[in-house]
Design a protein around this ligand. Structure first.
Ligand code: AGP
Length: 593
C-alpha cells in the first residue's frame, strides 16, 4: 500500500520518479504526486487518479537535484488532490511522502492547533510535516534533530522521504513500513521496494525500524535512536525477469503460467536429490515435532493456503488450527501448552499478521514465517523463516504464491515424516498444471458465459471447500462478480435461496468420498435453475463435466481446481475489460490494519 520513490544527485528524475511509481503501482493506489528541488526551490505536482494523469501535469525538469514521488492508497480522507502526497507543512519548510498510519494523529493535531497550526488535508501525513516543521524551527533548523524528536512524538507506522526547503539533503525515517536505500553511481535512491531502482542501484540498504538519516549524492548517513549506525549493504535484490511481462498481456496470466516452474524451483531449494534429504533447518523440524499444536495464521489467499497446511498437519497426526490473523490478533487464545505458530504471507508485510507475531514473540513462542519476500518484516522477526521462491508477484491477485505456499507445506510434511514422496507428488502436480494451461481456452469459453452474472457460487466438500474459498476470492477480487464458496452440505441450509435462473454454480470434485454427495448438491441447484459447471478429477469425472483435471495424489487434486478458478477469474475480467493486475480498491501488500 502506498509507494515511495525518491533520489538525490545526477539522475533523470522525471523518468526515474514517474517510471518508478509505475513499477510500484501493483501495491494499489488512488492518487499520485511528486516534488522536486531545482535551484533550491521545491516544485509540487499532485493528482487524484493514475500516474499517467500525474505525468500529463508534470513538465520536464532536467537539472533537478532532489525528487520524491508517491502513490497513495487512501486511508485518511478521500483520494483527492489535496490529500495526495507530498504533503507539506504550514510554513512550507517540509515536504514529505509517507507510507503507514499515524495512530495518534488526532492528539498531535490538537497539540499543533494549540500552537497555531491549521490543516488543509484530512490526512495523518500532513500532521507529520507540521510536527517536523515545529521541531525543525525549535532546533535551529537541524533536520536530523527534528526527525529524531518527531519520531518520539509519532505512534504508528511510517516510511517517509522528506525534503526540508533550502536543505541540500534528502531525509528519511522508517518504522513499521518498508523502505530501501539504493546506491547508484552519481546518485542515491530510496523506494518502498527495489523495483524502481533495479536498473540504477548497485547495492541496497534495507532500513530497520527506527532508522532515520539523510542522503547526499555521495552517500548515506544513518542513525537509529540518536546513535550513528553503520549501514549494511547488500547486492542486487531481484531479477528483471520478474518485472518483465515476457510477451504476456498481464502479470496475472504470466504468474499463473509460472506455477509449474515455481514448484520445481521450490523443490530445488528444499530437497537434495543426491542425498534424498530435505534442506529445512533441523531445529525448525524439532520445534514443530515437539509442539502440541500447530497454529496457522494468515489473511486472504494466504489464509486459504493455510487450510491445506492444517490438513497436512492432521495427516502428520498433529493437532492443528487455522485462524484469520485479523481475528486472532484480538482473541489470541491458545489452550495448548506448547503451540508452534506458522505465519503465511506472500508479502511478509501484512499488518494484521505482524500484530499477531508481536503477541507471539512477546509470549516467547516459536514461530515460522513462510513468505515470498526475503528480509520482509515477518521473516526478520520470526524464529524461523522459509522463502517460497515464487519470484516477484506483481498482479494484486495472488496465484503462484498460493501454489508455492502449499508446495512448501507439503515439503515440510515430507521432512517431518521422513518421506520423499511429496517431492514426486509436487513434480506430478506441476505436470498436471501444465495440462490445465494447455487447455485454458476451454476455461475462457466458460468465462464468456458468466461475464454478465451478478453472483456466482463455488461448492466443494473437504479440500474442495478450501479450493472453493480461493476460487470465489479470485473471482470477486478481479471480476467484481459477487462470488461465495459453500461447503456442499450447507447449500440446503440457506444459500439455495439465492439460486435464480442462470446463476452460475461451480461444483469442485477431487475427493472420492465426497464426489457423489457433491454431485447431488449440484443437481439440487440445477433443478432450481442454476447454470452448473462441474470441475472434476479424471478418475471421478463424468462425460458431462465442464472441465476435467488430471489425477494427482488425492491430497493435491483440489489445487488443480484452484488453477481452474484462477484462469476463470482472469478470463472473466478480461472479457469485462477490467484492470486485471490492479483491481479497484485493492493493494498488493496490506500494510495497514
Ligand atoms: C490475494 O489475491 C489477495 N490480494 C489478498 O487476499 C492477499 O492474499 C492478502 O492480503 C494477504 O497478503 P499476504 O499474503 O501478502 O499476507
Amino acid at each position: 500500500m502506498c509507494g515511495i520513490v525518491g533520489g538525490i544527485g545526477k539522475c533523470d528524475f522525471r523518468d526515474y520518479v514517474l517510471g518508478g511509481l509505475k513499477k510500484l503501482d501493483y501495491r494499489g493506489y488512488d492518487s499520485a504526486g511528486l516534488a522536486y528541488v531545482k535551484e533550491g526551490k521545491v516544485n509540487l505536482y499532485k493528482t487524484p487518479g493514475t500516474v499517467e494523469a500525474l505525468a500529463s501535469k508534470v513538465p520536464a525538469f532536467e537539472g533537478a537535484e532532489i525528487a520524491i514521488g508517491h502513490t497513495r492508497w487512501a486511508t485518511h480522507g478521500d483520494p483527492s488532490e489535496v490529500n495526495a502526497h507530498p504533503q507539506f507543512s504550514q510554513g512550507r519548510l517540509v515536504y514529505l511522502v509517507h507510507n503507514g498510519v499515524i495512530e495518534n494523529f488526532r492528539a498531535l493535531k490538537t497539540r499543533l492547533k494549540a500552537r497555531g497550526y491549521s490543516f488543509l488535508s484530512q490526512t495523518d501525513t500532513e500532521v507529520i510535516a507540521d510536527v517536523l516543521e515545529f521541531h525543525y524551527l525549535t532546533n535551529g533548523k537541524d533536520a536530523l534533530k527534528a526527525i529524531r524528536e518527531t519520531e518520539i512524538d509519532l505512534e504508528g507506522s511510517y516510511a517517509c522521504a522528506i525534503i526540508f526547503e533550502g536543505d541540500e539533503h534528502l531525509y528519511f525515517m522508517k518504522k513499521g513500513s518498508p523502505l530501501l536505500i539504493g546506491v547508484g553511481d552519481k546518485a542515491m535512491y530510496l523506494a518502498s521496494d527495489c523495483l524502481p531502482m533495479i536498473k540504477l542501484a548497485k547495492s541496497y540498504v534495507d532500513l530497520s525500524d527506527g532508522d532515520y538519516g539523510c542522503l547526499s549524492p555521495e552517500g548515506l548517513t544513518l542513525y537509529n535512536e540518536g546513535r550513528a549506525v553503520e549501514p549494511v549493504y547488500s547486492e542486487r535484490k531481484i531479477d528483471d525477469y520478474d518485472y518483465d511481462l515476457r510477451g504476456y498481456p498481464h502479470f496475472m496470466l504470466k504468474e499463473i503460467e509460472e506455477e509449474p516452474m515455481v514448484l520445481s524451483r521450490l523443490i530445488d531449494n528444499y530437497f537434495d536429490p543426491e542425498s534424498g534429504e530435505y534442506l529445512f533447518d533441523p531445529s525448525l523440524l524439532k520445534a514443530m515435532k515437539e509442539a502440541d499444536e500447530i497454529i496457522f495464521l494468515a489473511c486472504g489467499t494466504s489464509h486459504y493456503a493455510s487450510l491445506y497446511g492444517l490438513e497436512f498437519m492432521e495427516f502428520y497426526g498433529k493437532k492443528a488450527s487455522s485462524y484469520i490473523a485479523s481475528e486472532w490478533a484480538y482473541h489470541p487464545i491458545s489452550l495448548s501448552k506448547k503451540p508452534f505458530y506458522v505465519l503465511l504471507s506472500q508479502s511478509g508485510e501484512t499488518a494484521d499478521l505482524i500484530a499477531c507475531q508481536k503477541i507471539i514473540n512477546d509470549e516467547g513462542r516459536p514461530n515460522l514465517a513462510i513468505v515470498n519476500v526475503k528480509d520482509s518484516t515477518l521473516s526478520r522477526r520470526a524464529t524461523y523463516s522459509c522463502l517460497i521462491y515464487a519470484g516477484l508477484e506483481v498482479a494484486v491477485a495472488a496465484t503462484k504464491s498460493y501454489i508455492a505456499q502449499i508446495g512448501l507445506m507439503a515439503l515440510l510434511l515430507g521432512a517431518l515424516t521422513n518421506s520423499s514422496s511429496p517431492v514426486r507428488h509436487l513434480e506430478k502436480l506441476g505436470e498436471a498444471i501444465e495440462d490445465v494451461i494447455a487447455r485454458k481456452e476451454d476455461i475462457h469459453e466458460t468465462a464468456k458465459k458468466i461475464t454478465g452474472a451478478r453472483d456466482a457460487f463455488f461448492v466443494g466438500r473437504g479440500s474442495d471447500y478450501s479450493a472453493a474459498l480461493e476460487c470465489a476470492l479470485k473471482l470477486k477480487e478481479i471480476s467484481y462478480i459477487h462470488a461465495e464458496a459453500y461447503a456442499g452440505g450447507e447449500i440446503k441450509h440457506g444459500p439455495i435461496a439465492l439460486i435464480e435462473k442462470g446463476t452460475p454454480v461451480f461444483g469442485l470434485i477431487s475427493e472420492v468420498d465426497t464426489a457423489l454427495p457433491l454431485r447431488n448438491n449440484i443437481e439440487e441447484v440445477k433443478s432450481r435453475g442454476a447454470a452448473t459447471y462441474i470441475v472434476s478429477s479424471l478418475s471421478l469425472s463424468s462425460g458431462k463435466d465442464a472441465f476435467v483435471t488430471k489425477d494427482v495424489k488425492p491430497y493435491l487434486n483440489s489445487f488443480l481446481k484452484v488453477v481452474y478458478g484462477q484462469y476463470l477469474a482472469y478470463y472473466v475480467s478480461l472479457e469485462k475489460g477490467l484492470p486485471i493486475d490492479k483491481p479497484r480498491n485493492l493493494a498488493k501488500s496490506v500494510t495497514v490494519e
